[in-house]
Design a protein around this ligand. Sequence first.
Ligand code: URA
Length: 473
Amino acid sequence: MRTVELAHAEDFDGWRGTARALALAGVPADEVSWRVAGEQADLFGAAPAEATPLPAASTAAFSVPRPFVELASQAIHHRDPERFSLLYRLLLRLRGQPKALEDAADPLVRRLDEMAKAVRRDEHKMHAFIRFREVATDNGSIRFVAWFEPEHHIVRLGAGFFQRRFATMQWSILTPELCAHWDGAELSFTVGATKAEAPDGDPVEETWKTYYASIFNPARVKVGAMLREMPKKYWRNLPETALVPELVAGARSRELAMIEQSQVSAGTAAGDNLRASWEALRDEASRCTRCHLYECATQTVFGEGPLDAPLCFVGEQPGDQEDLAGRPFVGPAGQLFNRALGEARIDRSQAYVTNSVKHFKFEQRGKRRIHAKPDAPEIDACRWWLDGERGLLKPAVTVALGATAGRALTGKTVTISKTRGAPLFLADGGECWITVHPSFLLRIPEPDRAEAEYVRFVEDLRTIKARVAELAG
Ligand code: URA
């Protein structure tokens, strides 16, 4: 058994260099034990084995698919002590089966995907739930200090966000395992702290409380959703949560007051009107006979997502699985789409996802239903519903996934290579970005090209995400 010691809990570079050398030397996963410097090796406090020298470096070529590097660089931050060896196991597998990552149902791939997802969620929580308190330092300058309890090893990962966002301030984020400090020029890390070392209560809290009370919407009190988004363990560190019980208690009466007020002017609250209109449109679409496609499809597959989403994705048409499930992008193309969204850090649940054509068009071959491309009259007939959806949502940015969506949105034939990478403006003034369809990526036979195109797709999504943030101000 070889023992490898990594410098710290998320030492990705150390893991990568060692894993590469071990893989080139043909060392099986079961013969490697991974540990982190300074951590106890086992639960019973047995002295850890001496770290084994690495096999001699080899000059042999070594490459792994880029999605694996992305997956590994995220999963390595997970708290699970097995993460290093699971990643090494997958790395070895990829050398013989370069497409192994595409099998999202494989238990190893799934487990590592889940780990990467949990890390991204934790990082998001760090960004969203940290609240700084103002502290006067000995030299008279102001420092902002926050306390946070992450679930995974994400302090280094998450600190860059604060460095960019609060570049001109001096701040520290204290956590039980590791503390991050920014002095206006340099980011540094020190060992963990205790909550008692973090300051409590100051005028910054008052600002937050005033802000929170002003944006609190009593009609949206959904404790389950609040808990999911902001687990209770974070509540005690957020100054504004001191207000939550009071605001929730007053919510019903404030909600009634809002309804009463809106009944005087508009009949019902605007959000309720929007939902009712969208539901009416969806119900009408479920009986659509605007073209012949309804005759063979199982059902209309309408769009889904929040009605106030700033971002709307438009695909081509439902596939075999979407037709059966009644939901867009749940089959193989949907899985690839989800993966790319994850890598671009776009939360699908915050976007509206729909299709240009709402019925599955296919050719029956034996028992199989083979996807058939919708033609121009079918796209144009179905545009009624897409225009209706976009007209209600008014998303800041609409993304055409593929040429069919490009045509549905612009009314013209589009060439993706010419229109990609910059916004177009639609007839209603909305902004539209065109990129490839995930199914196109699934159909590319050469792994290198498929990989390069996938990376480009993720880059497009990242650009679009940045644009949505920019438009939101
Ligand atoms: N392809 C699409 O364009 N839409 C779906 O919903 C699924 C696959």
